[in-house]
Design a protein around this ligand. Structure first.
Ligand SMILES: [Zn+2]
Length: 232
């Protein structure tokens, strides 16, 4: 916001002089000094470790920049040195490089929040969430996923049990001497039909076009079908 205000303010001033072109050049020079830091990689950090990049006094920027752009004052406003003040004059560059170094001293690293995507500073890489708000959102999401998995396991399990039920009944018939082959085939065909429809219905639950209850209700009805086929 400070930068925005300063740009706006300088723009208003630049409109006043009679020689508009010269005023425009002065304005552009000043503003490119002020915002130069945002045009290059000064504010970067190591993507792997989150460590702020170390300040390089020998960098191209510092070799080529006017001394005013690199000027930085540091002082301690109280005797106990509990606070420090830093000021820059023409550019934000020295402020940012200075504090990147300080962040290194303090052992802080940059992290990107898993929920909202904002960057924040953390004591270690273990931190993945920026705030209580995002921690709450993540906890809610975890719970939802857990419930979803539990529900999924429930109807999945019921389906698997039902398949086993069919297999058991078919196997029993296979081992029965003298059981008519055409009736065995009929059972096997019915089982194939059952599996085919069950998979379609399961898919519908997954995509949300059917409820898990509709699926489990249907599964219970199918138990009767196999029982009837066996009774013949
Ligand atoms: Zn966040």
């Amino acid at each position: 916001m400070y930068v925005a205000f300063r740009i706006w303010n300088n723009y208003l001033l630049a409109r006043e002089p009679r020689d508009r072109n010269a005023a425009c050049d002065r304005f552009m020079d000043k503003m490119s000094s002020l915002t130069g830091v945002f045009h290059n990689e000064a504010m970067s950090f190591d993507r792997e470790t989150g460590k702020p990049k170390h300040f390089q006094a020998g960098s191209l920027y510092f070799k080529g920049a006017p001394s005013e752009d690199t000027r930085l004052d540091l002082w301690f406003p109280d005797n106990r040195r509990t606070e420090e003040c830093v000021s820059a004059y023409a550019s934000l560059y020295p402020l940012i490089t200075y504090y990147l170094n300080r962040l290194n001293d303090w052992g802080l690293c940059f992290r990107r929040c898993k929920v909202c995507g904002k960057y924040f500073l953390a004591k270690s890489q273990r931190y993945e969430l920026c705030s209580d708000k995002c921690r709450k959102a993540q906890a809610l999401q975890n719970k939802r996923e857990f419930d979803e998995r539990a529900r999924e396991n429930n109807y999945d399990l019921l389906y698997k049990n039902e398949c086993q039920n069919w297999r058991n009944k078919i196997n029993r018939v296979k081992n029965t001497a003298g059981f008519p082959a055409d009736r065995l085939e009929k059972k096997q065909a019915a089982f194939a039909d059952f599996k085919k429809e069950a998979l379609q219905r399961k898919k519908a639950v997954k995509t949300g076009t059917a409820s898990p209850k509709e699926f489990t209700d249907w599964l219970y009805q199918q138990s009767n079908v196999i029982v009837k086929l066996t009774e013949y």
